[in-house]
Design a protein. Structure first.
Length: 221
């Protein structure tokens, strides 16, 4: 087999730009399909190779990867951490995720009424967040979120949609439900006729509620 290397340079140019990168042209004669034409090693250990049939074999990838969205919006670093910031319609969702952890999602919404930190809210058809109430099934069956700050009516604020929410007076290990009191949560499932029983989240300590609204609910007969 004969391997020829030509045009080795520290830059390469396309139709519009010149880049600071190594450019190398490797050609072969008589190489079998799986023969290595190029083998890059670090301290004698192969890190990347290119075979005659065009296959590229990489032992480890460590990189920031940006996929079809503005740089920095999605990056994968050292193959073990994912940082995500992206936009859903007019509202921004931010998330911090690790493979061995979980995600906390917060989202900006407009308040339909005066809201306080700790009010459980639902997303109404007017595009605003209102206090959820288990006695009104239309306010407890849809998208739920926990208000995280004082918000005036028609003002924008932050809601925890999933994950950790800091609270007080919780009972560790308890399941929390939509309450029959508007905007509140309770450890006691509603019992009133026509009320909706729906899980909101779980207390992992006396000060932390893991928001995880159930996708299923029961309406009391």
């Amino acid at each position: 087999m004969t391997v020829a290397i030509s045009n080795l340079s520290a830059t390469w140019t396309d139709s519009a730009n010149t880049y600071n990168a190594i450019s190398m042209n490797v050609s072969n004669s008589g190489a079998s399909g799986d023969s290595k034409l190029l083998d890059l090693k670090v301290n004698g250990v192969s890190q990347m190779s290119v075979s005659a049939n065009g296959m590229i074999n990489v032992s480890t990838i460590k990189a920031d990867i940006y996929i079809g969205i503005p740089a920095g919006d999605l990056s994968i670093i050292n193959s073990n951490t994912v940082n995500v910031a992206y936009t859903l319609r007019s509202n921004t969702i931010t998330a911090n995720t690790s493979i061995i952890g979980y995600t906390t999602i917060t989202q900006e919404f407009t308040a339909g009424e005066i809201l306080a930190d700790g009010n459980l809210c639902y997303y109404n058809s007017d595009g605003k967040m209102w206090k959820a109430d288990a006695l009104a099934n239309t306010t407890s069956k849809g998208l739920l979120g926990m208000c995280t700050e004082a918000i005036s009516a028609d003002a924008t604020g932050t809601f925890t949609m999933f994950g950790n929410y800091t609270a007080t007076g919780l009972t560790t290990g308890s399941v929390y439900y939509v309450s029959e009191t508007g905007g509140a949560i309770t450890v006691t499932p509603p019992t009133t006729s026509a009320a909706v029983v729906r899980v909101v989240g779980y207390a992992t300590s006396t000060t932390n509620l893991f928001i995880f609204p159930s996708g299923a609910w029961v309406e009391i007969a």
